[in-house]
Design a binder for this molecule. Structure first.
Ligand code: NAD
Length: 780
């Protein structure tokens, strides 16, 4: 219905401008990035320096190095006329109203009549920025508030003014979701919009607990971090990351802007924050904030002395055990806790929930917008109203009254009308005066949770996997093992499901799930245990079986599509490589990481890598294949993981025809559509690989030399080098004196022969044990 933007301009190449430009380029746009001209010398010097700095950011802002070429640098003096050519202009200059207003005036004289203009301001009133501009310009103007880092943080707040054309808002909502992969929330033009208003309040609650309630920084971060479904950075580390000066600035702006806010006093600048900022303690960017890392130890501020001290033992009672419970049970248990932990958690929760409810309809009309904004912008697992439901609507309400807290009339009315939660059933939310109404849900996503609520959709299951009916003859194989590992049960299940695919009238199969990560690879705990108890025959059988299943997937008579996202590692990567068709979220981090745990890929990963290497070359001559082989060898030998699906294509992990989606939540929907499409065309499985070119001993010598250089350069241990030589042996086809064409089964057998003995090596077992214990690789 809408035209996608093809070209854009970002004004201001600071922290946000460069990263927004990068993300638009990731989405395929050509982007002009302009900044102030340098005072002396080359006028592009400022923008170039900022861009250079941004290229070094980690995690990377571009999907691949090549994408950076879509950004064209310029300055406001010489290149302002370029803005006449673009579809969308995003202003991301310094947070000063007069500067932004003047820029808008200049812009109006240059841009086309249909160009959309938006601002990334996080605190200025959107309507004020276009004061004095024509009606036509104001109709094409709105706030597009990206969160830092824009590539990785899901939330995009869209803030229309009273003048914004609804079609402009809809176009941006559509583009933001589909092309930029954002979670879009439409916010009102109120101070700090939704996410930062509630988020700042939550941080100030933490600060208050520290300054007035006698809790330590570590205690507060424990009670506002992963334990309660929020990011690890919790309260104080988040403040350090945002910057204490930025936080101070936001609070100072908010206080005068919210005269009617019933909790306004909390936004009075805490003296300690002001003091820290005036002494240059700005958080991560100045090397110290509430925390400071010193000689590898994390110290935190003492409130009285403002000196950094090692963490004191926490006095929160026995809350360790809670962390094992599922989130909702954990939250309820903590809420009911009668000790110091429960007291603070209850107090902060009641304050937060009351504050959020009071913001309806001031900052949003529906609780859904606030919940989504907090999940997508601050990484909370549950938004305030979801949290309220989890703790029990009536329990929380009664506790608020018992604590003499002000309860918004909207909530009182809800209660009076007999509502017992904000959300009801699948995707219904309480709306004042209307009771429960259906929520607006995307039509191009498959909601597995809702699908599974109906038991007839589960066609088969064991304890760690299931086959679900996606409708229209398409079925989904879903892993349910911990970390979506390829456990014995998952592998057994795959075999059963392939039988069903062949015998039942299904059109095709999707392999995927709705977790953050596709698969963590083989179940190391199972394999490690079998190896330690010397049960190598069972492992050998398992490898044979797994290889055979992956071959069945590849050559299945009906289409099989992998729908992947997040991490797909080791065996998970090999499974994806076996699938003839792949739909991938742009944010896919895939790789053969087996060397990190003292192994080499053993389920077709090497065979398929070698096959893809020769597919990429113009001819099968050794000289053409060799450089590609070296690069593939280096990738596997160093257990490199892609930083995006596009990079995974460059690395050879994903096929060139992978359908890559900016909005990863659409992957199951797209994979189902892919199955139906392939079925309709008349599906043909790929041909068997009867002639894969392997280069034999001469190439192996080169790869072994590379392994030697890694070791000599200090990049690899002696054992890494040993593993790399094993890898080199298999990648070059074993003991062949010259290049030869081999059948894929030949390489699969080589993989097995060289994989198994590694499991009995003490250093491999140490690596596996270390990975299981610390989740980090050991370089022994
Ligand atoms: P920044 O200070 O990193 O960059 C500001 C840019 O504005 C610089 O490139 C600077 O050269 C340019 N500039 C300075 N004075 C100017 C002038 N007189 N005319 C034109 N350009 C000028 O700031 P930032 O953090 O990138 O923030 C940019 C915008 O994004 C602000 O409106 C801010 O509120 C908003 N924002 C920031 C964040 C964040 O986390 N930093 C998050 C969301 C929104």
């Amino acid at each position: 219905m809408f035209k996608p933007f093809r070209t854009a301009a970002v004004l201001g190449a600071g922290v946000m401008g460069t990263q927004i430009a990068a993300h638009l380029a990731n989405a395929g746009l050509t982007v002009h990035l302009l900044d102030l001209p340098a005072q002396a010398g080359d006028k592009n010097a400022l923008v170039e320096a900022s861009f250079k700095k941004a290229l070094k950011l980690s995690p990377p802002i571009f999907f691949t190095a090549k994408v950076a070429h879509r950004v064209i640098l310029g300055n406001f003096d010489d290149h302002f006329d370029r803005l006449a050519t673009v579809d969308w202009v995003i202003e991301a200059v310094v947070e000063k109203l007069d500067v932004k207003q003047q820029l808008m005036e200049r812009l109006e004289a240059v841009v086309r009549e249909d160009t959309i203009v938006s601002t990334n301001t996080s605190g200025l009133p959107i309507h004020a920025i276009v004061q004095g501009r024509s009606e036509s310009f104001r109709q094409r103007f709105l706030g597009t508030h990206f969160f830092n880092p824009p590539r990785y943080l899901r939330l995009l707040e869209l803030i229309p003014t009273a003048d914004t054309d609804p079609q402009v808002l809809e176009r941006l909502r559509w583009f933001g979701q589909l092309h930029l992969g954002k979670g879009v929330v439409v916010a009102k033009d109120t101070p700090n919009f939704i996410s930062n208003r509630i988020g700042t309040y939550a941080i100030l609650l933490g600060l208050k607990a520290w300054t007035e309630m006698g809790y330590t920084i570590e205690e507060i971060d424990t009670l506002t971090g992963t334990l309660v479904g929020r990011p690890k950075s919790a309260t104080f580390r988040t403040a350090d990351l945002v910057g204490l000066d930025t936080l101070l600035y936001v609070i100072k702006n908010l206080y005068p802007a919210i005269p009617h806010d019933e909790s306004r006093e909390l936004f009075r600048v805490p003296p300690v924050l002001e003091k820290l900022v005036t002494t240059g303690t700005l958080g991560a960017k100045s090397g110290q904030g509430f925390y400071k890392k010193q000689s590898g130890e994390l110290l935190s501020l003492n409130l009285e002395t403002l000196a950094y001290e090692p963490a004191k033992p926490m006095a929160l009672g026995a809350i360790e055990a809670l962390s094992k419970l599922p989130l909702k049970e954990r939250l309820c248990a903590l809420y009911q806790d009668t000790g110091r932990a429960g007291t603070l958690f209850r107090q902060m929760t009641l304050d937060l929930l009351s504050y959020s409810a009071h913001r309806l309809p001031e900052i949003a009309d529906s609780p859904v917008a606030i919940d989504r904004a907090m999940r997508w912008g601050f990484g909370w697992e549950l938004g305030p109203f979801e949290l309220w439901d989890a703790l029990g609507f009536e329990t929380v309400l009664a506790d608020m009254k018992a604590a003499d807290m002000s309860v918004p009339s909207r909530v009182e009315t809800m209660h009076h009308n007999g509502a017992t939660s904000f959300y009801w059933h699948e995707h219904h939310v309480y709306e004042p005066g209307q009771h429960y109404v259906p929520m607006e849900m995307p039509t191009d996503e498959i909601d597995l949770l809702a699908l599974k609520a109906n038991p007839t959709h589960t066609l088969w299951q064991n304890s760690e996997a299931a086959l679900l009916d996606l409708g229209d003859g398409v079925v989904l194989y879903e892993f349910r093992s911990k970390g979506n590992t390829l456990s014995l049960k998952v592998v057994e299940g795959l075999a059963e499901v392939l039988d069903l695919l062949e015998t039942q009238p299904f059109k095709g199969l999707v392999i995927g799930n709705d977790s953050a990560h596709f698969s963590g690879g083989a179940n190391l705990a199972e394999i490690g245990m079998m190896a330690q108890s010397g049960n190598f025959d069972a492992i050998a059988d398992l490898i044979v079986q797994f290889q055979a299943i992956l071959q069945r997937i590849r050559y299945a008579p009906k289409p099989i599509v992998a729908a992947i996202q997040g991490r797909a590692l080791g065996g998970g990567c090999e499974l994806v490589m076996a699938c003839p068709h792949v739909v991938a979220a742009a944010e896919t981090y895939i790789g053969l990481v087996e060397l990190g745990v003292g192994l080499i890929p053993g389920a077709g990963g090497i065979m398929r890598t070698v096959a893809r290497v020769s597919e990429r070359t113009a001819s099968l001559s050794s000289s053409q294949i060799q450089p590609f082989l070296q690069s593939a060898f280096e990738t596997i030998a160093t257990a490199k993981v892609s930083s995006s699906a596009y990079e995974a294509q460059e690395m050879g992990y994903l096929p060139c025809d992978t359908r890559i989606l900016m909005n990863g939540d659409r992957r199951l929907f797209a994979a189902k559509a892919e199955v139906l499409h392939l079925d309709r065309l008349g599906y043909t499985p790929p041909p068997e690989q009867t002639a894969i070119m392997v280069l034999g001993r001469p190439a192996r010598a080169v790869l072994e030399h590379m392994a030697y250089v890694f070791e000599q350069g200090g990049f690899a241990s002696a054992y890494d080098r040993y593993l790399a030589t094993e890898l080199a042996y298999v990648m070059t086809g074993g003991d062949l004196t010259a290049p030869a064409l081999v059948h894929e089964d030949y390489l699969l057998q080589l993989e097995r022969e060289h994989f198994l003995p590694l499991l009995s090596q003490p250093k491999t077992q140490e690596r596996i044990a270390h990975m299981l214990k610390t989740k980090k690789p050991l370089r022994n």
